[in-house]
Write a protein that binds this ligand. Structure first.
Ligand SMILES: [Ca+2]
Ligand SMILES: [Ca+2]
Ligand SMILES: [Ca+2]
Length: 628
């Protein structure tokens, strides 16, 4: 080297040092003087990166789970992702069909992933000659290896027998790789003995097929990963860690048997020089910090009571509607998920209905064939891009209920609000007393003699009138109206399905008790009834607050044996927020509360709705105000 060139080198070296110091010095990087607890000292690393290993997507693909996995992986931001196979469910004997199945995955789910992804075949990906042809054409060799940052990655094909007359897999995992692949594998390992680590991926955990290569791996840093069983496990063979990945996005049998490895997960490997650390990550455990935006949350809370499945009559095969009122400031997609032990079904295919911001969806659905006869749990799933543009899905329980209705009788002479129901003799009475109407304390309710009611509705130009006859084996007073024997009324204008008493949107209902204000069990048996408005429960879910109503009129009459009571109620339309005449229809529900002994409400029956009537009118019945 001439002296001139040497001077140049020195100058460049000095420059490099100066630049590095300006960014950060490497000694700073491993200096933890700032931390009170130092942890276990780690050697300074020259290289560090992460990659993710995902398990089966299919063998029972589960709606939405692979995109969820990809969103979680985006958040972890590894260098790349590698699959252990079974990405498609796999069917079809011709190239076009198989291509169609791959397209479905590649076009609808894969675009969610923002980092490189390595395909590898499983038994659902290569299962006959056509699928083998299609796989090779789309994704290249059936088995292959590659290097990344000094590590050697080997992807094997445990499906050599599929559509191949030369290699038959007869349940003996020793020959699962075939001669050509095995010879290639031995040579590949020999060529890459100097790699920092050799990592072998194979779909079926056919460990015995590796018997011929274990001797070649002696003394090397090696890991082996497989999938296929939808069950996680770790074992060491010849000192080499062998991991069977659980399904990441596929069906998992043995519900709840997590100790047996039955849970959905993926693995993240952190490679630091010669070391590799694995983290087993349960699906659902990694989230985007912007997934839960403060500005969206009050609407999301309202979303919890924004949908109903309404059947037209008690006949299980009656026409049924899904009604969704979207309180969000963005469109939401809707899906209904049915869970029975061991299976999950979806009401809609990939064409999920979308509901615009503030819009109402009312769609007839084929509920009787979807629900079937077996008991199941149903949830409604809402999917949307939140106000930060991040995908979010939320789900809530939902049930199918009969959408009940009652005709209000138009009266020319208003009833006297006195607890004497003689004016109501020609009314159309409906009954509350069926087990399906038990909305609270189902086990405590002993039948109609314990608690049941009949009610009727009338109207004139100025008021809605209600008469309620309650049968209760022990009519009892309490200072807290919800813990007393009482009747709750819920009314909403059907146009906006929001409850608005006197334009106070936080008022949710009225509660009427068969006692005068400040009454007692021993008080008068007739008189003006306590009529109180109540609002939404507190954010912690406590009882609604109540206040004496400033409108309306109510009267009660109890029988002397305290086994029955009646309420007669007048509600002025102006106070209910009706500007125009009492015409068309309104949303109505009536709940009856029972306390017989003890200090708390024991049970509640509800004509049409649920114990969440206070949150939403979605399951209210309908009161028809126009004359038939
Ligand atoms: Ca009367
Ligand atoms: Ca009772
Ligand atoms: Ca009672």
């Amino acid at each position: 080297m001439t002296s001139r060139r040497m001077r140049q080198s020195v100058a460049f070296a000095s420059l490099a040092v100066v630049l590095t110091a300006a960014a950060y010095s490497t000694s700073d990087r491993w200096n933890f003087d700032f931390a009170q607890h130092k942890g276990t000292p780690r050697p300074e690393a020259k290289d560090e990166f992460r990659f993710v290993i995902v398990g089966d997507r299919t063998g029972g693909a589960q709606w939405g789970l692979m995109p969820q996995t990809f969103r979680e992986i985006n958040q972890l931001d590894p260098d790349f992702v590698i699959s252990v196979g079974d990405l498609i469910d796999g069917y079809g004997n011709d190239d076009e069909t198989v291509n169609g199945v791959w397209d479905e995955f590649d076009k609808s789910e894969m675009p969610v992933l923002k980092v490189p992804f390595v395909y590898m075949p499983g038994n659902h990906d290569i299962f006959n000659a056509a699928s083998k042809r299609v796989y090779e054409k789309r994704y290249g060799p059936r088995f292959k290896s590659f290097n990344y940052r000094g590590l050697h990655f080997i992807c094997l094909n445990t499906q050599e027998s599929a559509g191949n007359d030369d290699v038959r897999f007869r349940g003996n995992s020793a020959n699962v790789l075939g001669e050509e692949q095995l010879n290639w594998l031995k040579e590949d390992i020999e060529r890459n003995r100097n790699a920092r680590r050799i990592i072998i991926f194979m779909h079926q955990p056919a460990w015995t097929a590796l018997n011929p290569v274990y001797p070649l791996l002696e003394g090397l840093r090696v890991n082996v990963f497989a999938g296929h069983y939808h069950k996680y496990s770790y074992q060491e063979i010849h000192g080499i860690p062998h991991i069977i990945c659980s399904a990441t996005a596929a069906y998992v049998p043995d519900e709840g048997m997590e100790g047996y490895g039955r849970f959905r997960s993926y693995l993240m490997a952190t490679v630091r020089d010669d070391e590799m650390k694995l983290a087993l990550i349960r699906l659902g455990g990694v989230m985007n910090p912007k997934q839960f935006m403060e500005q969206d949350q009050s609407a999301i809370r309202r979303l919890s009571d924004a949908a109903a499945i309404r059947r037209d009559s008690d006949d299980p095969a009656a026409p049924t509607h899904l009604v969704v009122r979207n309180p969000m400031r963005m469109p939401v997609k809707v899906q209904i998920v049915k869970s029975t032990r061991g299976s999950v079904k979806h009401l809609f295919d990939s064409q999920e209905p979308s509901v615009g911001a503030g819009q109402v969806l009312d769609r007839e659905i084929d509920w009787s064939s979807f629900a079937g006869r077996s008991s199941a749990e149903y949830r409604i799933v809402y999917r949307f891009d939140n106000s930060a543009g991040e995908y979010q899905n939320v789900d809530f329980p939902i049930e199918a209920k009969v959408h009940r209705s009652i005709q209000a009788r138009a009266v020319s002479a208003p009833p006297m609000i006195d607890g004497d129901l003689s004016e109501w003799s020609g009314a159309n009475w409906l009954t509350i007393g069926d087990p399906s109407q038990a909305s609270m304390g189902v086990d405590a309710w002993d039948g109609p003699q314990d608690l049941s009611a009949q009610f009727a509705v009338a109207k004139d130009d100025k008021n809605i009138y209600l008469a309620v006859r309650v049968s209760d084996d022990n009519v009892a007073f309490s200072g807290s109206p919800f813990d007393a024997d009482s009747v709750e009324l819920f009314l909403a204008n059907s146009d906006d399905r929001e409850i608005s008493f006197n334009a106070e949107s936080d008022w949710r209902g009225l509660i009427v008790a068969p006692f005068s204000k400040g009454g007692s069990d021993a008080g008068p048996t007739t008189g003006p009834a306590r009529l109180r408005k109540f609002g939404s429960p507190s954010m912690w879910g406590g009882l609604p607050r109540t206040d004496d109503a400033t409108f309306g009129q109510a009267a009660y009459a109890r029988d002397a044996n305290s086994k029955q009571y009646v309420l007669e109620i007048a509600l002025p339309r102006t106070e209910l927020g009706w500007d125009g005449p009492l015409d068309g229809a309104a949303e109505l529900d009536i709940a009856i509360n029972d306390r017989d002994s003890g200090s708390r409400r024991e049970s509640q029956l509800t004509w049409a709705g649920t114990d969440r009537n206070v949150h939403s009118s979605r399951y209210y019945g309908e009161v028809r105000l126009a004359s038939p």
